[in-house]
Design a binder for this molecule. Structure first.
Ligand code: PGA
Length: 253
């Protein structure tokens, strides 16, 4: 974590939460944010679409940010079941996650689509969190850097800046498994991603936040977030418990 970049602690609730527990979790986090003296970090929750409105109401005025987990690449039209970035913005979202590995796997999303979604997010005034990361087989084959390089090249839209774009490095094999790369491995990939970003966006890369995601918990967050090129976390399972999510954020202080 470099002092020039404000760490982002982002919770990806995935397909979890009904009205009662979702709003209770959001309210609890909002009250902690309100009573925290000086954040020292930015905190974001990305609930399922069904809860965005309710969570937005529960966190209003707390400083906690709101985001979606995906968006369509088009502004509107005949796309049954999809949600546009403008619709997320209309609900008060400031962020959208695109290209999560579960979207890439479950919905066959490829880099070009992720790039188009990211561009749509920008066009709607949202900050986008672009997810990348290698599979276990790719890492075992010594291809981790190569895969992340091609995902950065393929998924980053024109016009990406430090202010509107965040990268999340999430090794697929670490998501929800309780396994993480070593801190050396994480720093190696993050520094590599920053150099790839620099090749595309120049000096903006210095300010662009690169989050680590994949089994981040209170027990390992401090050592991960302390790495020079790790600027926060994208947290799944542990973001569903207020104490755990808050404890992760506290490691930024
Ligand atoms: P996890 O998920 O923290 O449950 O591993 C992270 C993610 O998929 O964003």
């Amino acid at each position: 974590m470099a002092s020039s970049r404000t760490p982002l602690i982002a919770g990806n609730w995935k397909m979890n939460g009904l009205s009662a527990d979702g709003t209770a979790l959001a309210s609890e986090l909002a009250s902690r944010m309100k009573s925290a003296k000086n954040g020292g970090f930015e905190m974001l929750v990305c609930p399922p679409f069904t809860l965005i409105s309710k969570v937005g109401a529960a966190i209003e005025g707390s400083g906690l940010q709101l985001g979606g987990q995906d968006c369509h690449s088009q502004v509107k039209g005949a796309h049954t079941g999809d949600t546009s970035a403008a619709m997320l913005a209309d609900l008060g979202c400031h962020y959208v996650i695109v290209g999560h590995s579960e979207r890439r796997t479950d919905h066959g999303e490829r880099n070009e689509q992720v790039r188009a979604k990211a561009a749509a997010g920008h066009a709607a005034g949202l900050n986008v969190i672009i997810c990348i990361g290698e599979t276990e087989a790719e890492r075992d084959a010594g291809k981790a850097l190569e895969v992340n390089k091609s995902q950065v090249a393929g998924s980053l839209p024109d016009g990406a800046t430090a202010a509107n774009t965040v990268i999340a490095y999430e090794p697929v094999w670490a998501i929800g498994t309780g396994r993480t790369p070593t801190t050396d491995e994480v720093q190696e990939v993050h520094a590599f991603i920053r150099s790839e970003l620099a090749a595309r966006v120049g000096a903006e890369a210095d300010g662009m936040r690169i989050l680590y995601g994949g089994s981040m918990k209170p027990g390992n967050a401090a050592e991960l977030i302390a790495l020079p090129d790790v600027d926060g976390g994208l947290i799944g399972g542990a973001s569903l418990q207020a104490d755990d999510f808050w404890a992760i954020a506290q490691t930024c202080l």
